[in-house]
Write a protein that binds this ligand. Structure first.
Ligand code: ADP
Length: 381
């Protein structure tokens, strides 16, 4: 219930105002001077204070100074009740931070209107303050998440960069040792180790740069006319080379002509899905990529016959660093799908994952289909 404190030394006025307020359903507290009023205010934290100015013991001005300097009462709406002749006292009261004043004699309607107006304003201000606190809190949590992400990124990359670098050093030492006993196959093996490690380092650097761009909000979305099928085919070919025939990688295209898409982001989507399919599938299994137009949207599908994803991991796959339990033996950063999701979101697309443990996974991405018109400049393929 809304509580109003009335501080007034003239009993008839105090009683009459109390009757009006009680009739309106307010809970009313009364005090006959400023000192008692201040005590009641601290004790009960009223929603509004009505206060006379000229009173014994502690006058209205002194009381208002105390109220405004108190942590828990400083925002309480405060209305002065003043004698009509006392314009100077009224002016001083407003300067000290009163919200309104009523000159005696006042009517029932004047008192109630002033109280309702102040309470409404107070409730609006409280709502605004709560909203601001929520926004600040949200911004603070976001900042905390970003800082955490950054420090985890730094820790992870400084740790994970060591392994491939050490491998490169060891392999190049072996090659430059001039050991004549090295067969051409063993030499080739050392070259492959160097190439593989460099590729891994490049991938890690790309991931790191992209996540940094994402986090700072600078990841640009620049859709341009693109022969998407050709572009996808080029990426698939690159991955076939890296895969060295370990899997059977097939690409089916049913999307023709130029469409608008962001080249850099599309590459991230397909490259991450494809490299996951390769990483998490045993040798000699099939990986199939479909690119097609479906219900007016571009549909990209990457299917594998790999280890699958445990059900409990599915809701967390797009969170940075999440890695499923069955994937821990296989090297990874837990960032690939976070990047994929961000790139899909930039296109205002959608992504869906279906997976069965030890049978395989199917990632489907839908992107809006915007055919490029003849006047659009084709991007270099
Ligand atoms: P990373 O592969 O570097 O761990 P991702 O963000 O690309 O990071 O993937 C997150 C997790 O999702 C992986 O650790 C793995 O558990 C699971 N995952 C992703 N793609 C596949 C897939 N094709 N088959 C099985 N598990 C997958």
């Amino acid at each position: 219930m809304t509580t109003i404190l009335i501080i007034e030394d003239e009993t008839p006025i105090r009683d009459e105002v109390m009757d009006w307020l009680r009739f309106e359903g307010f809970e009313v507290l009364e005090a006959e001077n400023g000192r008692i009023g201040l005590h009641l205010a601290h004790q009960h934290k009223p929603d509004l204070i009505l206060c006379d100015i000229a009173m014994p013991e502690m006058n209205g001005h002194e009381l208002l100074v105390e109220i405004r300097s108190s942590d828990d009462l400083s925002q309480t709406p405060f209305i002065f009740l003043t004698a009509a002749a006392d314009r100077h006292a009224m002016r001083k009261g407003m300067d000290l931070g009163a919200d309104d004043y009523l000159t005696k004699p006042f009517t029932h309607a004047e008192v109630l209107n002033a109280i309702h107006a102040r309470l409404q304003k107070q409730s609006f201000q409280t709502q605004q303050q709560q909203k601001q606190v929520e926004m600040l809190n949200q911004a603070f949590q976001e900042e905390r998440k970003k800082r955490l992400l950054k420090s985890r990124l730094m820790a992870m990359f400084s740790h994970d960069f060591r392994n491939p670098l050490t491998l490169i050093l060891m392999a190049s030492d072996i090659l430059s040792s001039g050991d004549n006993r090295l067969t051409p196959e063993r030499k080739q093996h050392q070259h492959d180790r160097i190439r593989g490690s460099v590729h891994l380092l490049l991938q890690m650097l790309d991931d790191m740069l992209l996540v940094a761009e994402m986090e700072s909000g600078y990841l640009e979305f620049v859709p341009k006319p693109l022969l998407l099928a050709n572009f996808a085919e080029t990426i698939v070919k690159e991955f076939r080379l890296i895969d060295q025939g370990i899997h059977k990688i097939t690409f089916f295209n049913h999307l023709f002509g130029q469409v608008k898409a962001d080249r850099k982001l599309f590459r991230q989507i397909l490259a991450n899905l494809l490299s996951n399919a390769m990483k998490y599938s045993p040798p000699d299994t099939e990986i199939t990529i479909y690119l097609r137009e479906e219900n007016g949207r571009i549909q990209l599908e990457v299917q594998d016959e790999g280890i699958g994803i445990p059900a409990e991991s599915l809701p967390h796959l797009f969170e940075p660093f999440h890695r499923a339990n069955n994937a821990k033996q296989i090297k990874g950063t837990g960032l690939g799908l976070t990047i994929v999701k961000e790139c899909v979101d930039h296109h205002q697309g959608e992504i869906d994952i279906q997976s069965t443990l030890n049978k395989g996974s199917r990632f489907v991405v839908w992107l809006p289909l915007e055919k490029a018109s003849l006047s659009d400049q084709p991007a270099p393929q």
